[in-house]
Design a protein around this ligand. Structure first.
Ligand code: UDP
Ligand code: MN
Length: 269
């Protein structure tokens, strides 16, 4: 028997229609005072995007110093670097970051290194929340997209068993997370913040709009999970995570040390 709260439907169209109904409006005006005392860990999955990191870290530092509400949030930034030659694995990196320091925070923000907040809302989320919409270069439908910048309580992240560890290369680990939410009956919050996106060659689609090899493999993987009833997530995530921790140290960029930022290096081979 499935342990899902309500079963994830097998048909792609049905899933999309169901996901579209699983959103709640932002709760900005109803927030109790304690929300601003919850500890935030920003997790940045990372490899080989040094130019982006050089812009991202000072930008975030300034944003959290001056934003009229978010400057009250106690936070630490964790750059989690995949220091091996395997294909990039965003979900597994975030899981590893959570395993290393999740106990020090009340909630997480899973943050792409190439999205710089202009106005946004990083407060504690009652529901897993998509923070970035305006400026996001993704072409997916708005009501399906939760990637890019996502806030989630540690409690909910554990409930979902984190991300799948098995999306290599590019894509669909965030869609898989939405299906985990659906399986346990967790809605999503759409905060629609505005970001500046830094340019990079895309790993999911070529310039001609053609799917890359990694994009196709991961799409076929999630389609197969749909067909099988999407129950494998119970065994694929935080409870099956494997990685090697190389080291953790304050991040240094161009000789400047950022005490609010820890750089972790991990390997998956
Ligand atoms: N990333 C990285 N190095 C890579 C691939 C991805 O650091 O080689 C990280 C980075 O934080 C990036 C995020 O994973 O913003 C998402 O990957 P990407 O930007 O390629 O995907 P997109 O969201 O643009 O489709
Ligand atoms: Mn990107």
């Amino acid at each position: 028997m499935s342990r899902n709260r309500f079963p994830v439907p097998l048909d792609h169209g049905e899933i999309n229609a169901l996901l579209a109904r699983q959103w709640v409006p932002p709760d900005t005006l109803a927030r109790p005072r304690e929300h601003w005392q919850r500890r935030l860990a920003i997790l940045v999955p990372y490899r080989d995007r040094e130019a982006h990191l050089r812009s991202f870290i000072p930008h975030l530092h300034d944003y959290f110093r001056i934003d009229k509400l978010d400057r009250h949030i106690p936070l630490h930034i964790h750059v989690v670097e995949q220091a091996d030659a395997l294909p990039f694995n965003r979900g597994r990196l975030i899981n590893a970051g959570f395993a290393l320091f999740g106990g020090d925070a009340d909630y997480l923000c899973l943050h792409d290194v190439d999205l710089l907040p202009l106005w946004s809302d990083y407060a504690f989320p009652l529901h897993p929340a998509r923070l970035c919409w305006y400026g996001s270069p993704n072409s997916q439908q708005k009501h399906l997209y939760i990637g890019g910048v996502t806030a989630i309580s540690c409690e909910h992240f554990r409930l979902l068993n984190g991300f799948s560890n098995d999306y290599w290369g590019w894509g669909y680990e965030d869609h898989d997370l939405r299906l985990r939410m659906l399986a346990v009956g967790l809605r999503a919050e759409a905060r629609d913040g505005a970001y500046r996106a830094l340019a990079h060659p895309h790993n999911g689609f070529g310039g001609d709009g053609q799917e890359t090899e990694a994009g196709r493999r991961n799409r076929e993987r999630i389609e197969a999970l749909h067909r099988d009833g999407f129950t494998a997530w119970h065994e694929d995530g935080l409870n099956s995570l494997a990685f090697r921790h190389l080291d953790s140290a304050p991040l240094e960029i161009d000789g400047r040390r950022w005490d609010q930022v820890t750089h972790h290096r991990v390997r998956f081979d």
